[in-house]
Structure formats: C-alpha cells, structure tokens
Design a binder for this molecule. Structure first.
Ligand SMILES: Cc1cc2nc3c(=O)[nH]c(=O)nc-3n(C[C@H](O)[C@H](O)[C@H](O)COP(=O)(O)OP(=O)(O)OC[C@H]3O[C@@H](n4cnc5c(N)ncnc54)[C@H](O)[C@@H]3O)c2cc1C
Length: 140
C-alpha cells in the first residue's frame, strides 16, 4: 500500500519546526529516520496530513561529552551510537545495544529520538533509556 496524501515540510531551523507543530497540531507528525513511521504510513495505520522532517536540523544531531553527562541529540543515528568512540568509552551498554538494532541500513537511518518516541516495547533504546540516570531534555 501507499500512504494517504500529505504535505511535506523540511524546516531549516528549530523555531520553524516548532512553529509548524504549533500550527498543525495533531495533524502533523515529525519524521526522523522514517524506519518506523514510513511503514506505518504505508500501511495507513498513521495518516498525518503534515510531515515535518527533522533531517535539516544539525543542532539535533551528535554526541557530546559534558562534565558529568553524555548528551545525545534526538537525530543521532543508531550507527553513530554504535561506532562513536565517546559512546563506547562513556556508555558502552548504549553502543552495544545500538549495534544490535535491525541491520546496517536501518542503523544508518534510524535515530535515538525516533526510537524513544515510537517506544516499541521490544526496542533496545527505550530499555537503555529507562536505566537509572538517563534524563530527557524536551526543550530547544
Ligand atoms: C526492518 C526493521 C528492523 C528493525 N529492527 C529493530 C530492532 O532490532 N530494534 C529496534 O529497537 N528497532 C528496530 N527497528 C526500528 C528502528 O530502530 C527505527 O529506526 C526506530 O524505531 C524509529 O526511529 P526513526 O528515527 O526511524 O523514527 P521515525 O520512523 O521517523 O519516527 C517514529 C516515531 O517517532 C516520532 N519522532 C521521531 N523523531 C522524534 C523527535 N525527535 N521528537 C518527537 N517525536 C519524534 C515520529 O513522529 C514517529 O511517531 C527496525 C525497523 C525496521 C524497518
């Protein structure tokens, strides 16, 4: 099957992304790696009227080691979590878990934020994120 018709938005700033969400409300859905949402749209379990693509927002990507925190952006791909020396050194469980997700193509596209938001009970990253000490920053 193919998805129902939708409008596609690719904001280049976080402010624009947030404005689109505010404007379209529950008619809009964010898309990150598309590895869970696209199949759901193709099967028409999800039928958003507006798709807001997060892929042009570099500030949501990457891994940073702060004084007592490993900070991971929502748009960081599973592949980066699996191969980052910083993640391997600071939180090896996260790197090991990310390396076991799906196959190579899935890990190249899927993101931490998408996996956590999708919250499949069988998924690796929501389980890792529920370990003591993990914290979510939802604000820009
Ligand atoms: C063949 C296949 C095998 C897979 N195997 C595994 C596996 O073994 N283990 C596993 O854990 N997962 C697996 N997955 C799922 C994969 O990890 C997905 O990448 C992940 O679940 C969703 O991430 P995404 O970036 O693709 O999100 P998307 O599909 O783009 O989005 C998923 C949901 O999250 C929302 N969302 C995305 N980003 C954000 C954000 N920043 N803030 C708020 N909401 C957001 C979207 O609106 C949507 O509702 C598999 C997928 C496929 C297709």
């Amino acid at each position: 099957m193919k998805p129902t018709a939708f409008s596609y938005h690719r904001p280049s700033t976080l402010d624009d992304a947030l404005s689109l969400l505010a404007l379209h409300g529950f008619d809009a859905k964010l898309i990150a790696g598309g590895q869970s949402l696209a199949p759901m749209m193709n099967m028409r379990f999800a039928q958003p009227a507006h798709l807001v693509d997060l892929n042009a927002l570099p500030q949501l990507k990457g891994v940073t080691l702060e004084p007592d925190t490993l900070a991971v952006g929502a748009m960081t791909r599973h592949h980066e979590l699996a191969t980052s020396n910083t993640v391997r050194a600071d939180c090896p469980l996260l790197a090991e878990a990310a390396a076991t997700i799906g196959h190579y193509a899935i890990r190249q596209r899927g993101t931490l934020g998408g996996s956590l938001a999708h919250a499949d009970p069988a998924a690796q990253l929501p389980l890792i994120a529920s370990t003591p000490g993990a914290r979510f920053d939802a604000g820009p």
